[in-house]
Design a protein around this ligand. Sequence first.
Ligand SMILES: [Zn+2]
Length: 717
Amino acid sequence: MRPAYTLAAAIAVTIGLAQPLPAAADTEVETAVKNTANPLFQPSPLAYQFPPFDKIRDADYLPAFEKGMAEHRAEIEAIANNPEAPSFDNTIVALERSGALLGRVSRVFFGLTGANTNDAMQKIQAEVAPKLAAHNDQIVLDGKLFARIEAIHAKRDSLGLDAESKRLVERYYTDIVRAGAKLADADKTRLKAINAEMATLGTQFSNNLLKETNAAALVVDSKDALKGLSDGAIRTAAEAAKTRNLDGKYVIPLLNTSGQPALASLEDRALRQKLLDASLTRGSKGGEFDNRAIVAKVVKLRAERAKLLGYATHADYVLADETAGSVAAVNRLLAQLAPPAVANARAEAADIQKIIDREGGKFQVAAADWSYYTEKVRKDKYDFDTAELRPYFEADNVLKNGVFFAATKLYGITFKERKDLPGYAPEVRVFEVFNEDGSPLALFLLDLYARAGKRGGAWANAYVPQSHLLGTKPVISNNLNVPKPPAGEPTLLTWDEANTLFHEFGHALHGMFSNVKYPRFAGTSVPRDFVEYPSQVNEMWMTWPEVLANYAKHYQTGAPLPQALVDKVKATEKFNQGFATTEYLGAALLDQAYHQIDASQAPDADSILAFEANALKKAGVDFAPVPPRYRTTYFSHIMGGYSAGYYAYIWSEVLDATSVEWFKANGGLTRKNGDHFRNTLLSRGGSADALSLFRDFSGGEPNVETLLERRGLNVKH
Ligand SMILES: [Zn+2]
């Protein structure tokens, strides 16, 4: 379960203008125009319009944003004031073509503030976020523009439009209405103020979180304390200390989630507790990076905005435009899953407790013990340690002989590394992707490693979205946070990291196979509770026998992963699912709790932690050994594009599980199946209703039983 932050979502709503530029900005624009050396001002001359990362300086962004907004405003003004009667071409298509520079700088800038930021960029981000929110509001709240869109929408059935074009009209109308186009002027003014404040708060939250996470890394003085970690992990910790000028010490950086990988192996119980505490208290322990007040303000503002727009709560507002369709539908699924998940987690805790007792530990299992003893249970029950797999999961091998191999088998596509196209960091790799007939398809970037300026987690983003209207082919990036091994050592992936590589590549396929006319519909421009589905499906190939045999080879000897180990992996597939599902549901239910309230019920900064505890208790997922996967103050999904939307992972897993059954029933890894998935679904982006695309592919309806079966949650305890 990993987010794909699609930038399309961040900028697709940017459509238009009404007010003149403030004087200060005018001056900046003039300065920028004189600066012809700014590489963002023109489309990149490189292949596929690959961004010229090596030529872009931090100082280029602000002028490009200012010029981009000014150009966009002028374009929108021309559309809104066009003396000709509104037509599909002079309004809707013109909007699709508008904002080229703003889109270009936004995709590069926000791609890099996620993957490779620095203090200068964070400062720019803080400055530009409210300006972009205001820019967007000027467009969507422009009465003249809305009147044109409304007129075209009213007669859309009689315009002779093809299906994709008609859907584009409907999408523009829905987007602009949802953005407040029908509000009275006083409400529009309040809405603009709310959006501007939220843009600032959102930037503060993510900048705080990055700094707090870096500062909260666990520093350990002596190697002895690290007993249990592998030699490689200890060397990595020593390297991490060196990059922080802490030579001779050891540093364990924090991942974005509550749980931390080192908890599985650290023998020192007190150190495990310290590591988990460092993780769980991020953003809520006071100090300059505390996020409680920010969350409190955002929750309240969202509730107020929802009411302005005619919805009972923010969740009602968000879910109305998702495939789930309503708060009730989401609550129903989460309520169906929570009791069996917690029951399974309690059964797993009992297994863990047995081992603790057997070893003479005089304590009850706590959250910091879970991973450590889970590994022991795994060994006990299945005679299997996940660390045994890593020598068979060398990163380059997993990528080329696993991820790429599966894609070639399914879709016929091939890959060629393009070392002539420089990434934004030395370890970023660029591949050109070709169709089976040799025609060029896309560029694929892989940014595998963790670094200080990169936010946690894994995600995919588009630097160039595909569009026949604009003549662009996709440039898609995958971002992970694999710890960088010491120089000269191989990157050996964990099971989860290898799985993440397959998952994120599923998003990349969705972006690269995009075959739509309008950029509004490119690739992953689909509802949030649908976007995870194709990427989750791609995870199935990681353990597909033909794929596994092709990549899982020992990095030193080349020996294949022993069948006995494969069998053990298969046997443990449903293992620990009580924990995994409970920690996920904890976060998903928390997200809904914050967003299914009105402004009067919103907690203040001091009661955020109490609100969190109550929400978990009320939902029946307050099982102390299993904290939510994210706690409020470091839950970036709910501050960004996934607010009221974190349920989407398990919602789309129902589609995923149903689709995996389809592939299995139809012969698995074949070109025929790949083409069918590509033609009916992956290539269609958002150009048709999401669930109808699912039905086109699977020939049936989503089936929740397939999900329960997969997670072993249909077993009663
Ligand atoms: Zn994802």
